[in-house]
Each structure stands twice: as structure tokens, then as C-alpha cells.
Design a protein around this ligand. Structure first.
Ligand code: 3PG
Length: 228
């Protein structure tokens, strides 16, 4: 039997899980990015973000304990759409899927990772920084991608320019996004959402100031809805 191409596999996958995540991002339009090394702090932070309306979150794999943090949050917060960021290798992708995470995100794209992600059932958003990355992403069936680092690669100007050759692609802008820049960035028609760490700063997490994080989440939600 002939093996299916990655693109065909991607198309044939149940679209439900991916579509639901995309729908959620489309509604909220702001994805908090959490860098945490302590399981309990991360659980409380994610629960707070959700309580204030941000019900999808990316947990980065940037700390020594990140995979355990991810697994703990997935288990403790079943009503939140918990994804993993900073996926750099197919092995990490598999481990993320094993935690039960809802989706995976990478800061960039490689042929090996793109193939593994296309062959996996985990909803996945590769990272792109320009047209060649995007060609690789589209070749593997991905049409919602992270544009990273957004502020350094041209942000909405880049998204607009890439919208010419890639009219079906939508972007999540992350890297240097702020509360102030969010409403303007979301005006670009092919920008699905923005993501950033400004809603859960390390200092507030360390201090356990969940009220302040709740206020940041509420403000981010308002910014995301401003022009919707
Ligand atoms: C990411 O992983 O997308 C970024 O590091 C988040 O960038 P920020 O810290 O500038 O929001």
C-alpha cells in the first residue's frame, strides 16, 4: 500500500480538535504564553487566566521542569485548552502528546519536525519567519502558523506581505507583542491571534500575585475584543 504524503495525512486527520482550538483562538484572540518551572504556581496561574476569560494557554518548554509542569497543568485544568510551546524536536512533540496537551507550537520549522507533526494527531502550529518557512509549513498541510519573533520579522507588514502568495494562511503573532500593540495587530485580516508572556510575568508568578495576573488577563481579553 502506498504511504500517504504528509499533506494528505494532515487533510485526512479529524479536523475537530484543530478546528476547535482555532475557533477558540479566533474568539479570544489572545494566547498567554507561560514560562514556569513550578507545577503549583503554573496550575494557579493557568486557572487564574481561565477565570478571567483566557481559556487557552501555551506553556513553554523552556525550563528544566517544563514537561512536568505541562503534564500537571493538563491534568489539573481539564477545562482549559493547554498547549505546549518551544517544541524543537520530534521527541518533544511525542512527549507533549503523551501529556495529553491540546496542541503544540514551535518557534520555527524543520523538515524533520514538520513531517513528524504532520504524521502526528496532535494539533500543531509551526513557527515561521518568512516565505521559505511558510512554503515548508504549507507543504506539510499547516495553514495556521506562529510568526516569530513577530516584532523583529515585520509583524503585520510581514503577515500582510505573506498574505499575497499564501491567501489561506493565518498567523499567530508572538514575540514582542504587548497589551498596547494588540488591538492594532489584530486589525490585520490574516492575523488569527496574538500571543505573549506579558499576561503572566515571572515576578508576579513568583510573588503569587494572582489578582494582578487576573487583571492583566482581563485587560488582554478586552484588548483582543476591541476591534472584533
Ligand atoms: C514566544 O515564545 O512566543 C515568545 O517568547 C513570547 O514572546 P514575549 O515574551 O515577547 O511575549
Amino acid at each position: 500500500m502506498k504511504t500517504m504524503t504528509s499533506q494528505l495525512i494532515q487533510q485526512a486527520k479529524s479536523t475537530t480538535a484543530l478546528d476547535l482550538i482555532i475557533q477558540q483562538l479566533q474568539q479570544v484572540r489572545v494566547l498567554p504564553i507561560l514560562v514556569a518551572d513550578d507545577e503549583q504556581q503554573a496550575i494557579t496561574c493557568v486557572a487564574t487566566l481561565a477565570e478571567y476569560g483566557l481559556r487557552a494557554v501555551e506553556i513553554t518548554l523552556r525550563t528544566p521542569n517544563a514537561m512536568k509542569v505541562l503534564a500537571a497543568v493538563v491534568k489539573a485544568c481539564p477545562d482549559v485548552c493547554v498547549g505546549a510551546g518551544t517544541i524543537l524536536t520530534p521527541q518533544q512533540l511525542q512527549t507533549v502528546q503523551d501529556t495529553g496537551a491540546a496542541f503544540g507550537i514551535s518557534p520555527g520549522i524543520t523538515p524533520t519536525l514538520a513531517r513528524a507533526a504532520a504524521d502526528s494527531s496532535l494539533p500543531y502550529f509551526p513557527g515561521v519567519g518568512g516565505a521559505s518557512d511558510l512554503m515548508l509549513a504549507v507543504e506539510h498541510g499547516f495553514n495556521v502558523v506562529k510568526l516569530f519573533p513577530s516584532d523583529l520579522v515585520g509583524s503585520t507588514k510581514m503577515a500582510k506581505a505573506l498574505g499575497g502568495p499564501f491567501p489561506d494562511v493565518r498567523f499567530c503573532l508572538t514575540g514582542g507583542v504587548s497589551l498596547e500593540s494588540t488591538p492594532q495587530l489584530l486589525l490585520q485580516s490574516n492575523v488569527l491571534c496574538v500571543g505573549g508572556s506579558w499576561m503572566c510575568p515571572a515576578g508576579l508568578i513568583e510573588a503569587g500575585d494572582w489578582n494582578a495576573i487576573g487583571q492583566l488577563a482581563a485587560a488582554a481579553l478586552r484588548a483582543g475584543q476591541k476591534n472584533s
